[in-house]
Ligand binder design. Structure first.
Ligand code: HEC
Ligand code: HEC
Length: 398
């Protein structure tokens, strides 16, 4: 072999090996932009405030741990409009990364322009939700069940599971994704459910101003050195220190495991001070009675005493997920604070946590300064890293 031939062969091999280095799968580089080595979804570097106690609430089923390839498939499915009957709506149409995986409408718009029954929910750290159940009315028993429901919903995406499997099977660009995630190319609704659930669970939030603060004090009741005076005041209102007549006002429901009986009693050792989603649906006195279109958890269970109870949602990224509540009735965080301060109504099934010692709706009667501070505190829960993270963004080229 002449020296020239060896030289050209060498160049040839270099070109070949460079080419296969370009992306996840060159045949589909005009469809999606995925890295050859998948992003790290399965093993993020949690801060130590995500203690064993938080992990103890992990609702990940044994047969569906997050894998990097599984979550990658889930990411593509999550952003794919082929998941709806007329190719107009993806999960991400109603769960936008920039809005903390919620949308900015009081009711979301489905594949034929129809409105959803309830307000889209933002999410982060769902694997650690102690409530375990999903939807405003807790009607989905597991996340794996939940993710298949919008696909079959007559307003949202309008497919049957059979249609779904046929559609996804006909799209060649899924073949390598299913193979990597599950060992073969065969598409099933079970695999779609698992991959979507892996992707949704991989949406972890632990990079907020609040997280930096809690890492320094390990105690929500102590001033955070990285907070402004206003944010620390807001934190005191949130945890009940500024409203001793309503001890532990917001933490009681939104951070239930960190609730002390009195703020001077230390919080339980290793308590969850980071997840910010409640364990139980509750009734916060938004309406005066049960004559409303949506009675939530009570209507789902068909138990009157739970009428008007709704999921206590995560407050992470709450600044980004407006409008608020199960029906999107409040446009701003200020309106929410006003509700808890002066607006709670005497619903017959009002939560015990929302009543004073005479059984009347409890109004926090916050000062203007305290109300503004509470809003500033909630804004410390915004995770800019998460909402800008490529690994949770739209992988499609256009
Ligand atoms: C047309 C808008 C729309 C689409 C499309 C949509 N969702 Fe939703 N999503 C909603 C609404 C509205 C809710 C609240 C529904 C309820 O509680 O009744 C919700 C709730 C959820 C929740 C529950 C969160 C919690 O804390 O309980 C998850 C998770 C979720 N959606 C994931 C998905 C996934 C995955 C897809 C795609 C397969 C998807 N959604 C498609 C609007 C949508
Ligand atoms: C009794 C338990 C309870 C208490 C106490 C409580 N909340 Fe809530 N919170 C809920 C429930 C339940 C919802 C959802 C209600 C609905 O949509 O019907 C909610 C909704 C919210 C929302 C809107 C979430 C969203 O995604 O739309 C915010 C923000 C909020 N609460 C902040 C607070 C603050 C601040 C306090 C203290 C002043 C507080 N909560 C006290 C249970 C509680």
């Amino acid at each position: 072999m002449s020296i020239f031939r060896i030289f050209f062969l060498l160049i040839f091999f270099i070109i070949i090996s460079c080419k296969s280095d370009e992306g996840f799968n060159d045949s589909y580089s005009d469809i999606y932009d995925l890295p050859i080595t998948p992003f790290n979804y399965s093993n993020p570097q949690f801060p130590d405030t995500f203690t064993d106690y938080v992990f103890g609430f992990n609702n990940t089923p044994n047969d569906n741990p997050i894998t990097n390839d599984g979550a990658t498939l889930g990411r593509v499915l999550f952003y794919d409009k082929n998941m709806s009957v007329n190719n107009t709506i993806a999960c991400a149409s109603c769960h936008l990364q920039e809005f903390g995986f919620s949308d900015n409408k009081s009711k979301s718009i489905g594949f034929e322009g129809g409105s959803t029954f309830r307000n889209s929910m933002g999410f982060a750290n769902v694997g650690f939700y102690s409530a375990e159940r999903f939807f405003w009315d807790h009607s989905a028993a597991t996340l794996e069940d939940q993710v298949l429901i919008p696909i079959q919903d007559q307003v949202e995406m309008g497919l049957t599971l059979n249609n779904l499997v046929n559609k996804i099977s006909a799209l060649d660009y899924y073949k390598p994704l299913f193979k990597n995630a599950f060992g073969n190319e065969q598409v099933t609704s079970d695999k779609i459910s698992k991959a979507l659930a892996q992707f949704v669970r991989s949406i972890y939030s632990f990079n907020t101003k609040y997280d930096i603060g809690i890492q320094t004090t390990k105690n929500i009741f102590i001033d955070f050195p990285n907070f402004t005076a206003e944010e620390n005041l807001g934190k005191d209102v949130f945890n009940g220190k500024k409203t001793p007549e309503a001890i532990a006002s917001c933490v009681t429901c939104h951070l239930p495991n960190a609730t002390p009986l009195h703020y001077e009693i230390p919080i339980p050792e290793g308590a969850n001070q980071v997840i910010f989603s409640g364990a139980e649906p509750d009734n916060i006195g938004l309406d005066a009675d049960i004559n409303v279109p949506d009675n939530g958890y009570g209507a789902f269970l068909n138990i009157l005493s739970f009428y008007g109870h709704f999921k206590t949602p995560s407050l992470r990224n709450i600044e980004l997920t407006a409008p608020y509540m199960h029906d999107g009735r409040f446009a701003t965080l200020e309106e929410i604070v006003e509700h808890y301060s002066t607006g709670v109504l005497a619903h017959p099934y009002l939560s015990a946590h929302m009543k004073d010692n005479k059984g009347n709706p409890r109004h926090l009667n916050l000062s203007e300064e305290e109300s503004a501070a509470l809003v500033e505190f909630m804004k410390t829960l915004t995770d800019y890293e998460l909402v800008n993270d490529v690994k949770h963004s739209n992988p499609f080229v256009d």
